[in-house]
Write a protein that binds this ligand. Structure first.
Ligand code: ZN
Ligand code: FE
Length: 260
């Protein structure tokens, strides 16, 4: 079996996730250790800013993870492979045609080793048919990380381009069952709009109102609202809180029409 993204001889497991804001509202995530060394990139929308970011820190790309096939999640991969031709490209094996540069296809329940730590693949259909998420359980004192692409957003969820409300409901409930302290790395900065919509839906909800204030303050200072946590999403995300697929469908319809 191919060992993805394990740098031989790396002693300490990767303990940092950094985000690189690109395009209008995308985030590219980098998993890395202290100082120079190997790095893993998640959902590179573009290549140039990512190459620069890695080179400035003397990080070498050893693997690229893809949550789904949309261009704003895979567009940077050809450029990154030009710079680091040996990097593994890990994506859903069911999406081999739509993510053609993949070198390792994965599916629900697969485990990977990324820079000395374990990563579990979860199938989370809804936004696309073969959307996957990567969960890194807690390690060395950190709370664990979730790379969920466009499935779970801070205060929201992805549009249902290829899946049903039933699938999205099930996907979100699976993510909600992860440890509450898990750091949730959503691929877009949509949080303020999501929370403004949620606050309009549930004006009496103190947790949502409080989060909206916090998010507004961060955005006024141009700071990211990512990462979120599973606990925060369970408390304030109306899609995660939806009791069933019918409620999720109703919320999704309201959000799609919302012009706030
Ligand atoms: Zn997408
Ligand atoms: Fe996207």
């Amino acid at each position: 079996m191919q060992q993805a993204a394990t740098a031989p001889g790396t002693a300490a497991a990767a303990n940092h996730v950094s985000l690189i804001p690109v395009l209008n509202d995308n985030y590219v995530f980098v998993l890395h250790g202290d100082g120079a060394g190997p790095a893993v990139v998640v959902d590179p929308a573009v290549a140039e800013p990512v190459i620069q970011w890695l080179e400035q820190r003397q990080l070498q790309l050893v693997a690229i993870l893809h949550t789904h096939h949309h261009h704003d999640h895979i567009g940077g991969t050809p450029g990154l492979l030009q710079r680091w031709p040996d990097a593994a490209v890990i994506a859903s094996s069911a999406d081999r045609e739509r993510i053609p540069l993949q070198t390792r296809g994965v599916g629900d329940g697969d485990a990977l080793e990324l820079l000395g730590r374990r990563a579990e693949v979860l199938a989370v259909p809804g936004h696309t048919a073969h959307h996957i998420a990567f969960h890194l359980p807690p390690s060395g004192g950190d709370a664990g990380h979730l790379f969920c692409g466009d499935t779970l957003f801070a205060g929201g969820c992805g549009r249902l381009f290829e899946g049903t409300p039933e699938q999205m409901h099930q996907s979100l409930q699976r993510l909600a069952a992860l440890p509450e302290a898990t750091q949730v790395w959503c691929a877009h900065e949509y949080t303020e709009g999501n929370l403004r919509w949620a606050a309009a839906e549930q004006p009496q909800d103190a947790a949502i109102q409080a989060r909206l204030q916090e998010v507004r303050a961060r955005r006024e200072q141009q700071k990211p609202t990512i990462p979120s946590s599973i606990a925060l999403e369970k408390a304030t995300n109306l899609f995660v809180r939806a009791a069933d697929a019918a409620e999720l469908r109703r919320r999704r319809g309201s959000k799609d029409l919302w012009k706030g």
